[in-house]
Ligand binder design. Structure first.
Ligand code: GLV
Length: 368
């Protein structure tokens, strides 16, 4: 252990995983953890940062902005976010104060994509109402179509909004359901990926694995909405500007969707205007929705999405898409968020030389 490492102090706003935090202690870091279920008040984070910590471990629940960076002026060396999304961190403020921040990309890609697909199945095939029927002892008799039917997934068209890592992983898994894919991304056309998917689709068809020849193509946002039976969101939350995704799904864009279509959101809550969505669901503008993220989390008691009238067509989850055991807790930086988070923190704190060359850092632009 070097002199510097033995003096490093970390504050974690949440217990991101004991074993991973032990890795920091094993290096001689002093680690304090806010060990409560609820996030700490911002005033406490400011107090800890002002007391001179070197590294701050955060989750998506913590607003990290100018106030925090000002409190850590001259001492705070890194903010390590235990999530791939970092919309809770004000990038411009971090850049102004020249504080690097890191996130946990890649490790949660498969878990999140998998969950999106499972949510799709849950809402389309009415898994929850079916279980409820059995549990509440309301299953009177087997009947061909009563008390309700679900919608098949096989052979349908799925719109994928956002073709980054998670969007692509979702596509790879969806291919096995024999669906056609309409993909939209404002900034990205992953040509090699699309070629690979087409080759796989052709192979499946030639081998008799799929009933029809499946298709995938990039398209406009409008066509991805209007031409799909399911629309799955895989975009980051961008509050403003040309690529803003705030309320991307709103009253107008919901009307572009088919009345038989389902919306799936595993990205960020504010990408969807929830009031407009609840209204659209009630008026049968679309058939259903499965949501893992919300404009306000935890979902408020008075959210219109809780309307009992919507129970048969809305599935609600507790920001759980990345909530697989390995994905959340593995200390292996290639497999787990906790491992990735602490490794990125170490990489920055123990970096010698140019920070801009460190892959772990999100806001590299501030160090060029
Ligand atoms: C989860 O939502 C994440 O951004 O990691």
């Amino acid at each position: 252990m070097t002199e510097t490492e033995s003096n490093i102090r970390i504050f974690a706003t949440c217990d991101i995983g004991r074993e991973a935090l032990e890795l920091l202690r094993a290096r001689g870091y002093e680690v304090e953890v806010y060990d409560q279920l609820e996030p700490p008040p911002k005033s406490l984070i400011i107090e800890k940062v002002r007391a001179g910590i070197d590294g701050l471990i955060t989750t998506l629940r913590d607003p990290i902005d100018r106030e925090i960076f000002e409190a850590g002026k001259g001492t705070l060396k890194v903010v390590a976010q235990n999530a791939v999304g970092f919309d809770n961190i004000n990038r411009a403020d971090a850049n102004e104060y020249k504080v690097p921040f890191t996130n946990t990309p890649e490790v949660l890609t498969e878990a999140t994509a998998e969950f999106a697909l499972l949510m799709l199945g849950a809402v389309a095939r009415k898994l929850y109402p079916s279980e409820q029927l059995v549990r509440e002892n309301c299953w009177g008799a087997w009947h061909p179509y009563l008390p309700f039917l679900g919608d098949e997934v096989t052979g349908k068209t799925v719109g994928v909004i956002g073709m980054g890592r998670i969007g692509q992983a979702f596509v790879k898994k969806a291919v096995g359901f024999d669906v056609n894919l309409l993909c939209y991304d404002p900034a990205l056309t992953p040509a090699d990926f699309l070629t690979g998917v087409r080759e796989e689709m052709d192979l499946r068809y030639r081998n008799g694995f799929s009933p029809g020849r499946q298709t995938i193509r990039m398209t406009s946002f409008e066509e991805a909405l209007s031409g799909s039976d399911f629309v799955s969101l895989h975009v980051p939350l961008i509050q403003e500007g040309k690529f803003s995704t705030f309320h991307l799904i709103n009253e107008k864009t919901l009307r572009m969707m088919r009345p038989t279509a389902y919306l799936l959101n595993t990205s960020r809550g504010p990408v969807v205007d929830e009031a407009a969505l609840a209204k659209a669901l009630k008026n049968r503008v679309i058939a259903g929705a499965a949501l893992d993220v919300f404009e306000r989390e935890p979902l408020p008691q008075d959210s219109p999405l809780r309307d009992p009238e919507l129970l048969d067509r809305v599935r609600l989850f507790h920001h759980f898409a990345s909530g697989g055991r390995i994905t959340r807790l593995s200390t292996d930086p290639k497999r787990g968020m906790a491992g990735r988070c602490v490794q990125s923190l170490i990489d920055v704190l123990e970096a010698r030389g140019n920070l801009a060359s460190l892959p772990a850092i999100v806001n590299k632009e501030a160090f060029r």
